[in-house]
Design a protein around this ligand. Structure first.
Ligand code: ZN
Length: 244
């Protein structure tokens, strides 16, 4: 099975379209999985939800998804993120709100755990460093888990009980999955934050037992124009071009 693994799309239709086209060009895509934050920040939540639905994508809820559909508040969001969530909640239909509200926070697909932040705090905790992952690994019942939330393409490997190493992934880098327990982050489709403005995603090949990260250029100016048109904060518009 060849799976397109996406996270933190953040209502960025151009970036989503670009990564799906890239994934399709590389071979048959048997499934699309997302690790949450489908909406928030960007200008096209409805179109992104429809495209994912059309691909039968399987998703978990991220903190922006939960806030946009009213299941959580934005008390721990920064001012800009909260403004974008408030706009999103008015832009989506009641059906789309229900769709977001129905997303589980954790799910296991074909033996792989999907969660947005961490298994300890799915809608909140960031896994940036090996030390951050201990509680998550303690709760992980599958060999592989996929997370998002940090918007950084990386992996964590438990090389021995209590011993965790990590790596930041490069464009085109393939990790042989082996037998150790792993946490895999495909990075962010719609709002990369590692200084590379290109959309990030990954391909999981279950037969080959590999996970490959990619970066894909997309039409950033078009997204920025759409964000301006609906009056989203200028700081959020500018950061797309910087990959921050
Ligand atoms: Zn996010």
């Amino acid at each position: 099975m060849r799976v397109a693994v996406l996270s933190d799309i953040h209502s960025n239709l151009e970036a989503l379209t670009a990564v799906l086209a890239h994934a399709d060009a590389g071979g048959i895509v048997n499934a699309v999985w997302t690790a949450g934050d489908i909406v928030g920040y960007g200008p096209q939540p409805s179109e992104v939800l429809a495209l994912l639905d059309g691909r039968n994508a399987v998703s978990v809820a991220g903190n922006h998804d939960l806030a946009a559909c009213g299941l959580s508040d934005t008390d721990n969001f920064n001012y800009l993120a909260a403004r974008a969530v408030a706009w999103t909640s008015t832009a989506i239909s009641s059906d789309e709100r229900a769709l977001l509200a129905a997303l589980p926070q954790v799910r296991i697909e074909h033996g792989v755990t999907l969660v947005h932040g961490s298994l300890r705090e799915p809608d909140r905790e960031y896994l940036f460093e090996p030390e951050d992952t201990r509680a998550h690994f303690a709760l992980q019942t599958t060999q592989l888990s996929i997370v998002g939330h940090t918007h950084v393409q990386c992996w964590f490997e438990e090389t021995a009980p209590g011993a965790i190493r990590m790596g930041l992934a490069m464009d085109g880098e393939t990790l042989d999955l082996g037998n150790n327990r792993l946490i895999l982050n495909p990075g962010s489709v719609g709002q990369p934050r590692d200084g590379d403005k290109r959309a990030g995603y990954a391909i999981y090949d279950s037969e080959a037992a590999t996970f490959t990260w990619y970066r894909v250029p997309y039409d950033i100016a078009s997204v920025q124009e759409k964000m301006s048109a609906v009056d989203l904060p200028v700081e959020l518009i500018d950061r797309l071009a910087r990959g921050r």
